[in-house]
Design a protein around this ligand. Structure first.
Ligand SMILES: Nc1ncnc2c1ncn2[C@@H]1O[C@H](COP(=O)(O)OP(=O)(O)OP(=O)(O)O)[C@@H](O)[C@H]1O
Ligand SMILES: [Mg+2]
Length: 246
């Protein structure tokens, strides 16, 4: 699935105050591309992703997917939120199978489907566990499996690994790249972490502080699986960090 953002701006109005959070975004995301949106906290990243998901709308400009307007949420676009967002009263299997249940898929078929994705994220032994019995990294893996189970053409991910320790984050990044290589969805991944963006993305789009506008884009041509210790990795990280002004 491809996306196009044309002159997209967003202003929030609260009581008598107006806050411009996104400014003149022009961006094309190609079908099958792994794109990272990188920017400091409060730079409008979540706002942009929500608009691409059809959960909110631009004040100005236009967002299209495969050439047609994004007019609301669609099962073709999977969303993984910044906070863990599992149903606490459902076990892992029923969390992952949720979207398929909503679609009306019969029990055996949806469990079979869900189990595939649970296996893909390495949680087969935990399919009967409830969210409170899982670690943060495991919960995020369930959220990813749940998004994938709906067979979306695009995955929109909002800092899904931000709350995790470095080791767990690195493991999940590696898994996500593998899944993407197998499934070939378009992925739009929001992060404020330069290392994460360089590890994951085909292209990194850097946003400014408020109001968020694109200040630079970097194509990452480093071969996967990427070696964080390689000169090219370290050099690109430094170049992007300088642009971010950290
Ligand atoms: N519904 C809303 N109403 C009013 N202001 C909002 C709303 N949603 C977001 N904002 C404001 O828009 C700005 C950008 O928020 P957003 O969540 O998009 O940033 P972000 O880049 O995702 O930040 P973070 O990295 O901390 O998640 C913030 O100043 C926030 O207060
Ligand atoms: Mg955010």
């Amino acid at each position: 699935m491809s996306f196009q953002l044309k002159n997209v701006s967003k202003t929030f109005k609260n009581q008598d105050k107006e806050l411009k959070v996104v400014k003149d975004i022009n961006l094309t995301v190609d079908d099958g591309e792994f794109l990272c949106l990188l920017g400091p906290s409060g730079s409008g990243k979540t706002t942009i992703l929500r608009m691409m998901a059809g959960l909110d709308f631009p004040t100005n400009g236009e967002i299209t997917e495969n050439g047609g307007p994004v007019s609301g949420p669609s099962p073709g676009r999977g969303f993984v939120f910044q906070q863990y967002s599992l149903f606490p009263w459902r076990n892992v299997l029923d969390n992952v199978a949720f979207g398929l249940e909503v679609k009306g898929m019969e029990t055996q078929e949806r469990y079979e489907n869900a189990r595939n994705y649970i296996k893909m994220v390495g949680l087969t032994e935990f399919e009967n566990s409830y969210p409170h019995e899982l670690s943060g990294g495991m919960k995020q893996r369930v959220a990813i499996a749940r998004a994938l189970a709906n067979d979306p053409q695009a995955l929109l991910m909002d800092e899904p690994f931000a709350a995790l320790d470095v080791q767990t984050r690195h493991n999940l990044q590696e898994e996500l790249v593998k899944i993407w290589q197998e499934e070939l969805q378009t992925i739009i991944f929001v992060t404020h972490n330069v290392d994460e963006a360089v590890y994951l993305a085909d292209r990194v789009v850097v946003l400014s502080r408020l109001p968020g506008e694109i200040i630079n884009t970097f194509r990452v041509e480093i071969e996967r699986v990427r070696d964080r210790a390689s000169t090219e990795f370290v050099d690109l990280k430094k170049e992007i960090t300088d642009v971010l002004g950290y």
